[in-house]
Design a protein. Structure first.
Length: 143
């Protein structure tokens, strides 16, 4: 069975990684900025952004998207680095939105910011490896 992705499937995986990287990066920015903008969110009508339920939902979405995109990427290129980055980042995110939020807002922000940046990095690395892999094993290649 030919495992070379078609241009259409390649575009879909590329889109999932880009969406995942954007979501993870936005999550990291949100978490890093939250301690500084917490007081003005209600004035802007954005108090839902400080809600822990919103944050947990966003982390759940980013986690599901990351695992889907990165496991699929691993199946295509068999490189572990994106998965290692993502799993470390997801662990930090989970600790940040469960245990650390009850301890300190600063600790919570550090955990989720670092976690979001690691997950975003995993997506970027996955995109780069996919580009290299498709170049090495293009449609003209006999594998």
């Amino acid at each position: 069975m030919d495992s070379t992705p078609t241009p259409l499937t390649s575009r879909w995986w590329n889109l999932f990684d880009r969406l995942g990287a954007t979501a993870s990066f936005l999550c990291a920015i949100h978490c890093a900025a939250l301690p500084f903008v917490l007081a003005i969110l209600p004035l802007l009508g954005l108090s839902f952004l400080a809600d822990h339920a919103f944050e947990r939902g966003f982390v759940l979405f980013a986690s599901a998207l990351a695992m889907f995109a990165l496991v699929s990427g691993y199946r295509r290129h068999h490189r572990l680095l994106p998965l290692r980055l993502a799993l470390t980042g997801l662990a930090l995110l989970v600790v940040g939105v469960t245990f650390a939020e009850n301890v300190s807002i600063v600790l919570h922000s550090v955990f989720v910011t670092c976690g979001g940046m690691l997950v975003a990095s995993a997506h970027f690395v996955n995109l780069r490896i996919d580009r290299q892999h498709s170049h090495e094993h293009g449609p003209h290649c006999a594998h």
